[in-house]
Design a protein around this ligand. Structure first.
Ligand SMILES: Nc1ncnc2c1ncn2[C@@H]1O[C@H](COP(=O)(O)OP(=O)(O)OP(=O)(O)O)[C@@H](O)[C@H]1O
Length: 229
């Protein structure tokens, strides 16, 4: 599968009290297998909306999103969830860990959902890899922001997704923890062969991606190109 993700002329309009807001205004964009793509752009330009539409969390107003060769517009919500389960990983700025589960249970949860055996043992292995082997029975509130983000990264990658969406994954972290999480993320993505779409304000992160795209007022343009397409 050469392109795990293809967007064709995707628009997103949302209505607000002030009228209809044109959030995405015809985005064409594709990601190659194993490619890392950074998406930069000013606040409000549509970066998070792009991720929401590309990951099937939000329906586009027009255009087509093709994920793993399936047109998301032809699938029900359940169908989209089934397609994404185990193949798409998500990491957000605010971790989104389940507060009443330990680090190990948080990481094991997606494997259990996917019906995989040995979920707890694999979760432990992944916590070791992100440097948190000693913290497996801690709850999110007992962990620092950087540690919580490393748990979130382990949880996103434990199922070995083909595609990782990361929205400002270091946005809430101090510089040192931000670098640590970013290093880990790029290392693990390259090791697992996953493609990644990374929204970031941080130049140090975007420079590490194979390709950088800029969102401006709901439109996307190329900044630099390492890989054709
Ligand atoms: N539910 C909604 N209804 C109306 N407008 C919305 C809605 N959600 C987002 N918007 C608007 O869509 C635009 C794009 O938002 P989005 O969060 O995608 O931008 P962003 O580039 O990710 O911004 P940031 O860098 O600040 O996170 C913004 O102007 C925002 O106010």
């Amino acid at each position: 599968m050469p392109h795990p993700l293809v967007l064709d002329s995707v628009t997103l309009d949302l209505s607000s009290q002030a009228g209809v807001v044109h959030i995405l205004r015809g985005v064409d964009f594709s990601v190659h297998s194993g490619e890392t793509v950074a998406v930069i752009g000013p606040s409000g330009s549509g970066k998070s909306s792009l991720i929401a539409v590309a990951a099937g969390l939000e329906k586009p107003s027009s255009g087509r999103v093709t994920l793993f060769d399936r047109d998301l517009g032809t699938l029900s919500e359940d169908g989209r969830a089934r397609l994404c389960r185990g193949r798409v990983g998500l990491v957000f700025q605010n971790f989104h860990l389940l507060p009443n589960m330990t680090a190990r249970e948080n990481v094991a949860a997606p494997m259990e959902l996917a019906g995989r055996a040995n979920a707890m043992a694999e979760a432990e292995e992944w916590l070791e890899r992100v440097g948190l082997g000693a913290r497996k029975t801690h709850y999110p509130h007992q962990l620092s922001g950087g540690e919580q983000q490393r748990v979130a990264l382990a949880r996103a990658l434990v199922v070995r997704p083909d595609l990782l969406f990361a929205d400002e994954p270091t946005g809430n972290l101090d510089a040192e923890n931000g670098v640590r999480v970013a290093d880990l993320m790029f290392d693990l993505v390259r090791e697992t062969g996953a493609a990644m779409v990374l929204v970031t304000h941080d130049d140090r992160l975007s420079l590490r991606a194979d390709r950088t795209l800029r969102m401006l007022d709901g439109r996307m343009s190329a900044v630099s190109s390492g890989v054709a397409g």
